[in-house]
Design a binder for this molecule. Sequence first.
Ligand SMILES: *Cc1c(COP(=O)(O)O)cnc(C)c1O
Length: 394
Amino acid sequence: MTDRDKTRLVHASRPAPGEGTSAVNPPLTRASTVLYRSTSHLREMGRRRAAGERAFTYGAKGTPTTFALEDALSEIEGGSRTQLFPTGLAAIAHVFLSVLKPGDHVLLAETIYGPARVIADDYLTPRGVHCEYYAPGDAAAADVAARLRPTTRLVYLDNPGSIIFDLQDLPAIAEAAKPHGALVAVDNTWGAAGLYRPLALGADISIIALTKYIAGHSDITMGSVTANPGIADQLWRDSHVLGQTVSPDDAYLVLRGLRTVAARMAQSHAHAMEVIAWLERQPLVERVLFPALPSDPGHALWKRDFAGANSLFSITLQPPCGQAQADAMIDAFRLFGIGASWGGFESLALTYPQGIRGLQGGPLIRLHVGLEDPADLIEDLARGLEAARQSLSG
Ligand SMILES: *Cc1c(COP(=O)(O)O)cnc(C)c1O
């Protein structure tokens, strides 16, 4: 993240100073009904909306509060338009629904967020969309190029990949997809708030689960879709056709989270690096999967395309450790909570089935490092590793 980004996060979408009448933050506007001056005014607003203007015409089509958050996200992501959704997953589903129709072909990265894969397999495939998965990591761009068909409408990836945090060469993927007329959409939840800018690297659509670092306090779910001018208007119109909306109260809180996300993320990242330096010295830890580490296979791409890193990474335990040892480690934690999601102020741990995404070696534990003192977190991890060791000998 650059210093310019930090300024942008603080200043984006703020109301202009009034004459002693305006608060620092945009007002919270709750609405279903919006009142008009006259029937001709009502008609005029309808026309402006139909022409693509984001006007305040009905609560479900957005309020000044949700518009402020959308504008801030468009500015950070470098897109022309942003639409909010009640969850990150709903944002992903909307991109699929809006872009794909029966008979279309979509290329999905092997390493996408698990529930997105469920949408593809259990919803899109039965409705006649041809879903095909392509190889992760270094092989991704060449594999995408080889699998593109005349009917390919969309290439969809998480970067880095979910859970194993491998990186793909997005500019090379976009270059392969463009001549075929295929759109490229990226789940940018890991790189949100300026760490990564998919739209600047050739993608058409960038999706964020705001639920994570941007909301930042483990109390809200929300998603966003930001897109370039080529597709943004269609995504925006379709979201209203399908009745997608979010609560202005939640949008207000997400915008509040956005103001401090750079500071929270930088502090969590510093803690994560301390914790990782310790983990790398532990004999029971086989690997740390985190592209910010020079030892990581994705490090060169990360340095080229990312402006920083956060505090979400995975480790694998040294075999003969298996699932029982990963479970024992997590069950022994007192500070790392056991729970889904990440990007809040608190540390979390989860384990995934051994061999997930074809990963060789020991069992995998995903860690989110929060704002606790790293010395306390290291003590907690030591307690967990001791429990794993005892489980191995017991
Ligand atoms: C959490 C997450 C989502 C989904 O967000 P929800 O708000 O929980 O639906 C999507 N993509 C990634 C990478 C995530 O981590």
